[in-house]
Design a protein around this ligand. Structure first.
Ligand code: GDP
Length: 177
């Protein structure tokens, strides 16, 4: 039996949020296309990308939304969050201010999103070891305090990006089936 691209068991909308420059677009491109871009270019136009994963024998299509640069203007629209069942809240482990912004992003998320949304805190850019400003322990502590899943990633070398999206998908899948 062959399955077409539209023949999936579950479609999950997952949103990416966090300060500008933390690596949201590159986490998305790494996961959906195995691509990383060294140069920072503002995300314009691209609204989402999808990738299918097999979770417990179900073909789960993850539709991942990127902010398209809206976060720069603090004007993420309701449409962005509508229907989302998962969120990756991303900071940059080499820039403390992006970690300090997390509570503000969580407040916004809770205003817009349903309370049963699966949320993962993501510390990105772990490849930049000698520039680290936020420790693993700090990330873990915040995640615990806020009741979030937690992971550290590098979109540059690819580590844990797959795991971040997969764990969120598995968590959502086990909650709804
Ligand atoms: P966004 O604004 O959150 O979407 O961030 P981008 O994905 O555009 O990334 C901002 C900058 O950080 C770009 O120059 C990327 O190349 C860089 N970047 C993103 N992820 C990583 C990473 O894991 N490691 C390193 N070293 N750079 C990264």
């Amino acid at each position: 039996e062959t399955r077409s691209a539209d023949d999936y068991d579950m479609l999950l909308k997952v949103v990416l949020i966090g300060d500008s420059g933390v690596g949201k677009t590159n986490c998305l491109s790494r996961f959906t296309r195995q691509e990383f871009a060294q140069a920072s270019k503002p995300t314009i136009g691209v609204e989402f990308a999808t990738r299918a994963l097999t979770v417990d024998e179900d073909l789960v299509k993850i539709q991942i939304w990127d902010t398209a640069g809206q976060e720069r203007y603090r004007a993420i629209t309701n449409a962005y969050y509508r229907g989302a069942v998962g969120a990756l809240v991303v900071y940059d482990v080499t820039r403390s201010p992006t970690f300090e912004s997390i509570p503000r992003w969580l407040t916004e998320l809770r205003e817009h999103a349903s309370s049963d949304m699966v949320v993962m805190l993501v510390g990105n850019k772990t490849d930049l070891t000698d520039q680290r400003e936020v420790s693993v322990q700090q990330g873990q502590a915040l995640a615990e305090q806020e009741g979030l899943m937690f992971i550290e990633t590098s979109a540059a070398d690819g580590s844990n990006v797959e795991a971040a999206f997969t764990r969120v998908a598995e968590q959502i899948h086990s909650a709804v089936r």
